[in-house]
Design a binder for this molecule. Structure first.
Ligand SMILES: [Zn+2]
Length: 166
């Protein structure tokens, strides 16, 4: 019987590392239903940084519900490159027994993107890590990690494309 260790970590590699391409088209003025909306034009970096954490927290709640992961207690930590593995934009640690998880998302101050693109990318990290959590009950090996990484990126990309379609 497969018995894994209780704690897992998965990073999200930065674009280019595994040949992953971010969606480049962002529709202006797109509404996201809930209270927080992305700015229609690029706001100044400080304002954008201030809204980034509430924004990803709200997106986490939405995707957690969509992925039926409501029984997990998931929190977000904004992280600097020192807290992340090289060439990663985020990661997730979870404890299957406690059903708790922490998602680390690269902090706004470490991004070099316009506000909307940065918020989109942060949301991608959240969805990516949640899909890892969705798959967490499956057996895995060092050999399957790379394939899982690829599959998780494809699924996250498809979900976000659907979500961002007008
Ligand atoms: Zn990953």
């Amino acid at each position: 019987m497969f018995r894994g260790i209780m704690r897992y970590m998965f990073g999200r590699f930065s674009p280019g590392f595994l040949g992953f391409l971010l969606p480049l088209v962002v529709l202006p003025g797109l509404s996201f239903g809930a209270s927080l909306q992305k700015p229609t034009a690029d706001v100044n970096p400080r304002e954008c940084a201030q809204m980034s954490e509430p924004y990803v927290t709200e997106r986490l709640a939405i995707w957690q519900q969509r992925l039926k992961l409501e029984d997990w207690k998931i929190s977000i930590l904004m992280a600097h490159p020192n807290d992340l593995k090289p060439k990663t934009l985020g990661n997730i640690h979870w404890d299957a027994d406690k059903k708790s998880a922490v998602i680390r998302v690269l902090d706004a101050s470490d991004y070099q993107l316009g506000c909307r693109d940065m918020l989109d990318d942060m949301e991608f990290t959240v969805v990516h890590e949640l899909i890892h959590l969705e798959l967490s009950s499956l057996p895995r090996s060092d050999a399957s990690r790379r394939d899982e990484e690829y599959a998780v990126n494809q699924i996250a990309d498809a979900l976000l494309k659907l979500d961002r379609r007008k």
